[in-house]
Design a binder for this molecule. Sequence first.
Ligand SMILES: [Zn+2]
Length: 680
Amino acid sequence: MKSLNQYLKELHEGKHCYENVFKNVSRMILEDPKKVEKITVNGKTTYDFLIFREGTKPVVGMFDLINSFVSYVKDAAENGSSKEMAFVLVGEPGNGKTFFVDKVCELYRDFLSREKTQKFTFRFKNLDPLKTYGRLTTIESQSYEDPVILAMNLSPNQAENKKFLGSFGFSDKQIEEFYGNYRPLGACSNYILEDVKNFTGNDQKKILSDFIDVVPVPIGGVLGTLTGKYQAKDKITSSGADLVGEESVQRLLYLTDSNNPYRYDLRRGVLARVAGGGIHFSDELFKNKTDLVQIYLGVIQNREIELNAFKWPMDTLIVATSNIVEYQKFIENKEQAPIFDRCKIFYVPHNTDYRLQEKLTAIAIGSKTKTTVLGKSLHEDPNLNYALSTSVVLTRLPKDERLNPREMLQLSAGEVAGEKSIATLAEIIEELSKHMKIHERFGHSGIGQRGLGRAIQQFLSLNETQEEECMFAGNAFESTRREIYDNITDKKEQEWYLKVLEVGEGLYKERIKTEIFNAYMNDPEAIRKEVMNYVNMIVVSNDQDGPDKIVRIREGNQEKPLKIDETFINGVEQRLGLNTKETREQHRAQIRAIYARRVTQDPNYCFMDNEKLKKAVTEYRLNTDISGAGSLAGALANPTNEENKKLFDRLFSVMMNKLKYCKTCARKTLEFYCKPDSNK
Ligand SMILES: [Zn+2]
């Protein structure tokens, strides 16, 4: 608790700051230049703001959304038109809208809990001698007005107020800056100040020392102060009072003057609590009754709470969310046109990067150790996350002749998709962005995070999962299919999702092959090394090399010999479908070019995102190295033979000990591998 004089003195010393919410939020994000990075997403250069990637629950992906939010806040901070607008996130349920806004609020609370950025307000005290306030002796600014706002409004004469500020040592320029962010006092502060002036004969010194204290604004997620949320209710009971407050009968009993605006209890509503430089989050804005939406629209534009012609100015960042259906229902009603002028709408797509999806899927699976209904611990198949992530992302990608689902999946994750270019994907996204219907745009349909959650629940409820105490990845597809049957109502969409789910199963099968090969080689990195061997051979070899030439290559910091194995190179290239000298040379040139570009940037780059190459190398190795045992699949399927049984046991134990499988999923994965159709 301090006096206004003391606060202003400290403000001049730089212990506090006077900024509006947009400046605050903008500074919070951009303050540290090290936390802004330039990146490329889906072929477009953009920025990544690392503050959102920190903490225990970082935002995953959502690059466009974050960029759009930052530019909105920045424009508002620089007095652009955004400052009279709300930022509205529209998208399919379960794509992370609420999570993002919650994160912004959490970061903001952290930011304001620093000493220098802490928010202060003021309250009137010792009101009893005035005799018109009954038992109300202390009254806090209902809308948490900043002490500087009070200082700028002490006298009706602005020149006097500027002189007052100047007496603390603020320069004319600083005072101009304060006034650039001027707001009048709220109705009740203004009224009470006048009362106190009358009582003291307008003795400013006495008013400031005996009647006004400066106090910190409490920060609390649960209190709804500084950051607050309003969840739309369909209930009849919801009313404007939820937002702006209402007359308080109790206060009316105390106040002698029934015209005193303090008779309105503003803090009964959610907006006053965030009016002092806070963030208001309206969840499902358009689900509110029309009269509430009207109040919102008024508040957004005028930046003030209004009750019976009394006004309380606000300094609030308003962020809202809405699902697509509610939003489109709302705008189809022509009378609601003002919404466009007052809201900056951002359409939030689902995540379409399967690598990032792996992080989101991990959250959906749950990070804690899972247990069965009988309390035994439940194992997670190491391929489960991959199987689920690729499957759901595939359903989110559009159907297009230029790229097949698999190519789109890879390009969207920044990987290589044969000779298909990222520019093609960017072109498709651009074209789709012109569609009127939002859900036809890129990433706006498919199984969302909630659908994924349901699929996982279904998966956990399988008797097999419970009995065998393991979440076997091979069962993920059945559960995803169940989700598609149960929750995708559009026939055409359903058919398409089921089709791409088969692509997902194909990817899973390929992954199993590399896993089995790694197990066979007793090395979790076996395939990676083989792929790099191929690449290295291509990079160092040239036509003058004779057969069996040995070259030296670098691996990490070491040099090691590498024998150029023509049979291996030819075998891999045959499996890549390169049957002429020309196509082979073309492919090799491409590999060399990628090597030159990527490996110089990142010495750890290992070509493992080149799925086609990985697949060809795996298949070649599986069919040659293991040929001693006939075919591996054949051998494994026929464990009666002593040799075969040994092989099976060896793979089994490597999978258990080195590759994170349990008894159940190791056995099932091997069985899955041996199924005739999975070896095509
Ligand atoms: Zn397992």
